[in-house]
Design a binder for this molecule. Structure first.
Ligand code: NI
Length: 412
């Protein structure tokens, strides 16, 4: 396949330039000013801007089934009184359709890869496999109800069946939080992570009350961050916590919308950057956001940090968080448009009022409202010009609506 005529932003550091891309076997095989090749599938993308694909480093995709059902509630009421009782009604089929719906939404927002933590993760993997996106999947691990072992067993089954599937699906370990796991359970998870070289991702200090159970040192002493630790939220961390975290192979997923909407606060991103911690963006689940759009998260995060000092969160830093840092957090190779890299691309439509003057198009990616035209993963389009070529979107809408009725129990 050849893509001709587009502006290409090869990395967060570069400026867009007119370049042609050749894609073979899922990877970028050639980048040149004027590629002339015969007998190829050719796309003429004049008036398009191609960037490295965007990454969503924290979500619970199947929670789209709960979108809009629990608004204006504090965190405890939202999670423990509203969401958790409804989660008992989920099953493989419902999670499959809810996942496909979320994949459509993410693809239409330019997302090529994401990290998920939830239940019925085998169905999430099946949906991701069919849709064509890239993902790090984790079964949410909780042991306070006595079923910790069962959830670890599910994790091993997931690894056996899906890890490294099609160079797109990877499996990690997902301890839910330090308030839902015992210290011994975290130690066991840490051990498994080290032996099998698996990413660990966990909600960490999303709420002010979490530290009352275990402080950061107690959590880190379990070994949970010894291998590769993707900590989600980190809203309630002080400078000592950040210094401690920076000594480990820590990656932080910043989810500003969910943190604000559930009344949990604003993470100290500027301090995290001073400690040279790898920060990326997550949407969190669609029941607490309620959308799956990392460009929006990046814009919100930038504005929140600029409120005291407009020199914080420069465009290059933020584009790095959306791309390279996202891949690093998921322990994947990517985030750059280079020969030999996987063709994971986000393609923007420059024929949009908000992209003019086009001379400043790189800035518009963050501070204006860009429109995604197409999304490609490993050389295949998963979204192009309003359509989802890998699936039957009408069937997804129909089945999702049926699933919603089964969960909520009312006509909709
Ligand atoms: Ni979450």
């Amino acid at each position: 396949m050849i893509i001709k005529g587009a502006y290409v932003l090869k990395s967060y550091k570069d400026e867009p330039q007119k370049l042609d891309l050749k894609i073979s076997n899922g990877k970028i095989s050639k980048i040149s000013e004027n590629l002339i090749e015969n007998d190829e599938e050719i796309y003429f993308f004049d008036n398009k801007l191609i960037t490295p694909g965007l990454v969503n480093t924290h979500t619970h995709v199947a929670m789209s089934i709960f979108r809009g059902i629990a608004e204006d509630l504090p965190f405890n009421e939202w999670l423990f009184k509203t969401i958790e009782p409804l989660e008992t009604k989920l099953n493989d089929e419902i999670v499959y359709w809810a996942t496909l719906l979320s994949l459509m939404e993410m693809a239409s927002n330019g997302i090529v890869a994401f990290c998920d933590m939830y239940m019925f993760e085998n169905s999430v993997a099946k949906a991701v496999s069919e849709f064509g996106m890239k993902a790090l999947l984790t079964r949410g691990l909780v042991d306070l109800d006595g079923n910790g072992k069962g959830r670890l067993k599910e994790t091993f089954e997931l690894i056996e069946k899906w890890n490294e599937h099609d160079n797109r699906i990877f499996v990690g370990l997902g301890p839910h939080a330090s308030y839902s796991c015992s210290i011994n359970y975290l130690k066991e998870i840490a051990n498994i992570s080290k032996i099998n070289d698996l990413v660990v991702t966990m909600h960490l200090f999303e709420n002010h009350w979490e530290k009352e159970r275990y402080n950061l040192k107690e959590i880190l002493d379990t070994g949970i961050a010894d291998n590769h630790f993707l900590a989600v939220h980190c809203v309630h961390v002080d400078s000592d916590d950040l210094k401690l975290l920076s000594k480990f192979n820590t990656f932080i997923s910043h989810n500003p919308t969910s943190n604000l909407k559930l009344g949990n606060g604003i993470a100290p991103i500027t301090d995290m950057l001073k400690n040279e911690i790898n920060i990326s963006f997550g949407t969190d689940g669609p029941a607490s956001n309620n959308s799956l759009n990392v460009l929006f998260e990046a814009r919100l995060a930038t504005l929140l940090q600029k409120k005291d000092n407009p020199q914080h969160m420069k465009i290059e830093d933020v584009l790095k968080m959306l791309t390279v840092n996202g891949y690093n957090a998921l322990k994947l190779d990517g985030g750059l448009i280079q020969e030999g890299k996987y063709a994971d691309l986000t393609i923007f439509d420059l024929d949009t009022p908000s992209f003019f003057p086009t001379k400043n198009m790189k800035k518009h990616l963050l501070h204006s409202t860009p429109k995604v035209y197409a999304t490609m993963v490993n050389g295949k389009f998963i979204y192009i010009d309003g359509k989802f070529p890998t699936i039957d979107s009408k069937e997804v809408y129909r089945q999702f609506t049926n699933s919603y009725k089964k969960v909520i129990g009312i006509e909709n």
